[in-house]
Design a protein around this ligand. Structure first.
Ligand SMILES: [Zn+2]
Length: 203
């Protein structure tokens, strides 16, 4: 919509083609990665690529049924998505069902709990705000959000036991985990420990 914006597209599966995504990032030098994918494997795949490329990420997720959602921000050297996801404990915000809903095949018999576009767009707008906040810089004061805040959980509606009030945001400062599976590569001993575990699994 902005006539001065230049758009380049590359259709890729970030999980299957992580190497290609890294090549494109090396060419395009993104200022920020907006993580808009809708499953954990793709978010972690992008997280690992962003970590090696040293690029900021701002991602979002909508909770089951659109009851609310989260927006997160990662910066190089700070908590990555792996660190944040570990703290999120998404099950707090989703139904107790252990079945994985398959929205694409209704005949699977798993009842789906769709989110309204309205619910999704509410979270997407917050993600856009956080993206602009980061791109414009702290001094611009676009949102006034403290720079150390890296997670926002927003309630679209009241859910007993989860969200006591609608339209309320909670803000968190998640610290980096020394044992994070995504970003703790530099931490002494973790790689060796991972190798030891993998070796024991293959026995
Ligand atoms: Zn991490």
């Amino acid at each position: 919509m902005n006539p001065k914006a230049k758009v380049r597209c590359a259709e890729l599966d970030v999980v299957e083609s992580g190497g290609k995504v890294e090549e494109l990032f090396a060419q395009w030098h993104p200022d920020l990665i907006a993580v808009c994918t809708d499953n954990e494997p793709s978010k972690h795949a992008l997280n690992r690529i962003a970590l090696s490329a040293g690029v900021v990420q701002v991602g979002a997720g909508v909770y089951d049924g659109g009851i609310g959602g989260e927006v997160y921000r990662t910066r190089p050297g700070e908590a990555c998505y792996g660190c944040i996801a570990d703290k999120l404990q998404l099950q707090r915000y989703t139904s107790a069902s252990t079945a994985t809903p398959d929205y694409s095949t209704p005949e699977s018999g798993v009842p789906s709990t769709c989110a309204l576009n309205l619910d999704i767009e509410q979270i997407a707008l917050l993600q856009c705000r956080m993206i602009l906040d980061d791109l414009l810089g702290l001094e611009a004061g676009f949102t006034g959000l403290a720079p150390e805040i890296n997670l926002c959980v927003f309630a679209n509606r009241i859910v007993p036991g989860t969200f006591a009030r609608p339209w309320v945001a909670q803000f968190f400062r998640i610290t980096r985990r020394v044992d994070c599976l995504d970003c703790a590569g530099e931490v002494e001993g973790v790689a060796e420990e991972a190798q030891r575990i993998l070796a024991s699994l293959s026995l």
